[in-house]
Structures are given as C-alpha cells and as structure tokens.
Ligand binder design. Structure first.
Ligand code: FES
Length: 124
C-alpha cells in the first residue's frame, strides 16, 4: 500500500527539479555530440576553393565505378568535376567506389576526408 502513495506524493517542485535535471543532461549530451571530433583524413584542401554549398551532397555510388569529385567548387555538376577547374591549379579527386550505396560527398570543399563529408561545413 505504501509504494503507490509515494509516487502520487511527488510535489510539482520535485517534478520540476527532475525535469530541469533531465533537460540539463540532454543539453550536455547535445554539446558533447557537437564537440565530437571529426573523422580525420589526410586530404589538404587547396586555399582558393569555392564553397559549392555548406552541406554534404548525398549521391548514389556504384561499387567499382570511378568518380572525379570536384575539389575546386566551381563545377556546375556538383559534386563531380566538369572541367571548370582549368587554370586554377586545382585538380579533381578521382576515386573508385568501394561499395554501392548512398554517400555524403563534401559540398564545402574543405573536408580533410575528401571526397567524403566530415562535418567541416559546420565550422563555416
Ligand atoms: S570542376 Fe572542380 S575540380 Fe574540376
């Protein structure tokens, strides 16, 4: 009989404190997730790239297919190269898809894990 009465006796103040504590925890985890270290790669983006867009470009890749990812940001066929890099000294990143499926290719052209997005656009 006692246990049932205890639950019903929680005051609004206690409920409020519990709610605030849960919200604070959620916010802390949110910040922690935001601070999660980005996937590090070895690609060094050239200085004068153009930001094609400040978010990744979702694209279906086919295993074994070769692609030329636009590294300069000037292509009209993003995320792929269309030759607009001519004269810039920048060359496309050519890669062969390891697997078939949806990939997030870098749109901001500043990922150090190019051609794949690593969240660097969030800092722009
Ligand atoms: S158009 Fe950008 S690398 Fe070719």
């Amino acid at each position: 009989m006692q246990a049932e009465t205890d639950i019903l006796e929680l005051s609004w103040g206690q409920l409020g404190i519990a709610f605030i504590a849960l919200s604070a925890t959620g916010i802390l985890f949110g910040f922690k997730a935001l601070k999660m270290p980005r996937r590090k790669g070895t690609y060094v983006p050239p200085d004068d790239v153009v930001i094609a867009q400040k978010k990744p470009i979702g694209i279906e890749l086919v295993e074994g297919e070769k692609y030329a990812w636009c590294a300069c940001g000037r292509s009209n066929k993003q995320p792929f190269c269309d030759g607009s890099h001519k004269g810039t000294g920048i060359t496309p990143v050519v890669f062969v898809a390891d697997i078939s499926g949806l990939a997030s290719l870098c749109g901001c052209k500043r990922s150090d894990n190019a051609p794949f997005c690593n969240g660097r656009h969030n800092d722009l």
